[in-house]
Design a protein around this ligand. Structure first.
Ligand SMILES: NC(=O)c1ccc[n+]([C@@H]2O[C@H](COP(=O)([O-])OP(=O)(O)OC[C@H]3O[C@@H](n4cnc5c(N)ncnc54)[C@H](O)[C@@H]3O)[C@@H](O)[C@H]2O)c1
Length: 384
């Protein structure tokens, strides 16, 4: 069988999620057209990257990204680093002719994102962005139902992405709270996923208006951190990103949308919830119950109308046939496995893959327009 050798950069939260996906994909999708091989993992710290390689199952390590992309035994470069290095890493990987999977948000600015799209287009490589919530079976089912016309004309998209991991003012100043590394706060981290889901399920944005808030302006500097946790030092530094972001949109197709992203929703852990209301019905989904879809249909007998719960675990629901018998639910990690399956298939068969770097750019345009709107306190048109 054909092999596709993967080189991954970044070995903490997303590094682990992506590693698990490459490891697990052949178990669940044995009919893959090519087998991903976990060839090399890259990080700046020799000891840390060697530990990660041993734990996750990578064949070799690199401590220099340039050395990773110079290797001719690597086909795919997977980027799981913080947002401020995505642009240079994607452009370098594209120039080296590698296929690319990049974490979201793809860059810090629209200008960066445009440069990334230009580079992958010029190089003619395949590219995908880890907007992995598209690959929750329940969300993919919602997409099918909308495309089948179950909602009729769409009026509303309502997205809330709520977490609470920094509500403690003594939580340290990790990279996600520093503008020069993250580019924005809850906005690029959480609203980026909502924006992608809104584009996927409803359509393109026309204009936006937003408001942001930073509740805690100073925090202890970090001693050590990974993903959404860290330890604090006794010195303090300034928080330079939003803690919460709210915005409204007009979509080009006439629908309207509201969005709320925050890390200060006490008690909410990964409450990524969407609701879509149309002329014939409504659909709702929340990640904290990720296998369930709520569906209301005006086409039901009026005496029986009400929201019904669909458990998206039947074998004919998207992706689900690869896993367990009905009712044996799946989790967060499966969204990454599903995306690896689709990306590897696209690379091996030279077929389309979405979301790609252009979707990443469209998301960045909305992110940046909302930020401009907050600054200028006015509606901002989305380019294009
Ligand atoms: N798709 C999702 O659901 C999802 C979830 C979490 C994070 N993310 C995204 O994934 C990316 C990484 O987030 P994370 O939570 O894994 O962060 P993390 O802090 O857990 O891990 C980041 C890794 O990148 C490494 N790194 C940092 N700067 C580097 C550099 N210049 N060169 C090489 N390595 C470098 C760190 O050492 C670490 O191994 C971010 O863009 C984030 O927005 C996406």
């Amino acid at each position: 069988m054909k092999q596709l050798n993967v080189g991954l950069v970044g070995y903490k939260f997303m590094g682990k999620a992506h590693s698990n996906a490459y490891r697990s994909v052949p178990l669940f999708f044995p009919d893959l057209p090519a087998m991903p091989v976990m060839k090399a993992i890259c990080g700046r710290d020799q000891v840390g990257v060697e530990q990660a390689a041993a734990q996750f199952g990578w064949e070799s390590t690199e401590t220099d990204f340039g050395a990773l992309i110079a290797r001719d035994d690597i086909d795919i470069i997977d980027i799981g680093t913080p947002n401020n290095v995505h642009c240079e890493q994607v452009i370098q990987a594209a120039e080296a002719g590698k296929q690319i999977a990049c974490e979201k948000p793809i860059g810090m600015t629209v200008a960066e994102a445009r440069g990334m799209v230009d580079a992958v287009t010029k190089a003619g490589v395949k590219h995908t962005v880890w907007f992995n919530y598209r690959r929750v079976p329940a969300v993919a089912l919602i997409k099918q139902m909308i495309d089948e016309g179950k909602l009729g004309q769409i009026y509303h998209f309502r997205g809330t992405y709520l977490q609470d991991w920094i509500v403690d003012p003594d939580f340290p100043l990790v990279w996600r709270l520093r503008d020069e590394i993250a580019g924005s706060g809850a906005h690029g981290d959480l609203a980026a996923h909502l924006i992608d889901l809104a584009r996927y399920l409803v359509g393109e944005f026309d204009e936006v208006v937003g408001m942001d808030k930073t509740f805690i302006k100073e925090r202890p500097l970090e001693l050590e951190a990974t993903g959404l946790s860290g330890t604090a030092s006794s010195q303090k530094g300034e928080v330079t990103v939003d803690d919460a972001m709210l915005f409204l949109t007009h979509f080009k197709n006439g629908a309207v949308g509201s969005f709320e992203a925050t890390r200060f929703a006490t008690g909410r852990k990964n409450y990524n919830r969407i609701e879509i209301n149309g002329s014939k019905g409504s659909l709702a989904w929340c990640f904290e119950d990720m296998n369930q879809v709520q569906f209301f249909s005006k086409e039901d007998d009026a005496r029986h109308q009400g929201f019904r719960t669909i458990l998206a675990t039947e074998s004919d629901h998207p992706y689900v046939g690869a896993y367990w018998p009905p009712g044996h639910i799946i989790g967060y990690e499966h969204t990454f496995i599903n995306q690896v399956r689709d990306f590897v298939t696209a690379v091996a068969n030279d077929t389309e893959i979405a979301p790609d770097m252009v979707d990443g750019l469209r998301c960045q345009e909305v992110l940046e327009a909302v930020t401009t709107s907050c600054r200028e306190r006015s509606w901002i048109k989305i380019p294009g």
